[in-house]
Design a protein. Structure first.
Length: 254
């Protein structure tokens, strides 16, 4: 049976996350509903990266099997059925054993901060006007690349066998109004990017040394990290696959 990948982008503000949940609206539920309405049949969707409630994505994926040919003009019809804050960017046939989760080799997240109150960034950036040691933020971003165990930056009640992640890069980008933390890894834990961002901001605001971040890593205890930053500023910006399954460039954040 043919297997299809479906590429989506969305504003996560109104949703309880990416993956389908009981008694909650999710990105998967909306895409499944649109497919069912248009094709008059049920599809079982498998997601690539499970973004949490309120988190946005410039690029994320599902795959599903269908005993029919699905052409790109269907994209227009599905987008007409989807809410304003979810868009189908692409649909394409893959090998029958291609898997949008297990064949993904890296994900990239950006956490966006606005330094000045701006209504046009509302819901898409964390308003953070406080004085912060920029040099320290840069140091801590580099420190993060030296670790593989992210137990301290995983929220509790997560079902994973390992807390190890291979960080490919971690960096801060500073612009006049917008600051952006960028991180790329083979996998991410629940709440990990928010935990890293919130902890770095807390330490830099209080002018602590990067050694304080090292100590938080070494404690392997999520209670010492700071997960308080809101989901507004968090974007999944790209999912990379092995064997050139997909080669699509996501758009800029704003």
């Amino acid at each position: 049976m043919p297997r299809y990948f479906i590429e989506v982008a969305y504003m996560g503000t109104r949703y309880s996350g990416f993956q389908v949940q009981l008694n909650a609206n999710t990105i998967q539920a909306e895409v499944t509903r649109a497919l069912k309405i248009f094709f008059n049949t049920e599809f079982e969707l498998t997601g690539s990266s499970r973004t949490d409630a309120g988190v946005h994505a410039l690029q994320n994926f599902f795959h599903f099997d269908a005993d029919m040919e699905i052409d790109k003009p269907v994209i227009y019809n599905l987008n007409a059925l989807l809410p304003y804050d979810i868009v189908v960017k692409n649909i394409f046939k893959t090998e029958p054993n291609a898997h949008c989760r297990f064949d993904a080799i890296a994900r990239t997240y950006h956490y966006q901060i606005t330094r000045f109150k701006n209504p046009f960034y509302f819901g898409r950036a964390y308003y953070y006007p406080f004085a912060v040691n920029i040099d320290l933020l840069n140091e801590m971003a580099e420190v993060i690349t030296q670790f593989s165990n992210f137990t301290s930056f995983s929220k509790k009640k997560t079902q994973v066998k390992s807390f190890n992640c291979n960080i490919q890069y971690s960096q801060w980008i500073f612009e006049t109004n917008l600051w952006r933390y960028e991180i790329k890894a083979d996998r991410f834990l629940r709440g990990m990017v928010k935990g890293l961002t919130g902890t770095m901001l807390r330490l830099a605001k209080n002018n602590k040394s990067s050694f304080e971040l090292i100590k938080i890593f070494e404690k392997n205890n999520h209670a010492v990290a700071d997960f308080s930053v809101p989901s507004d500023g968090l974007f999944l910006t790209a999912v990379d696959f092995k064997d050139d399954i997909i080669n699509s460039e996501p758009p800029s954040l704003l």
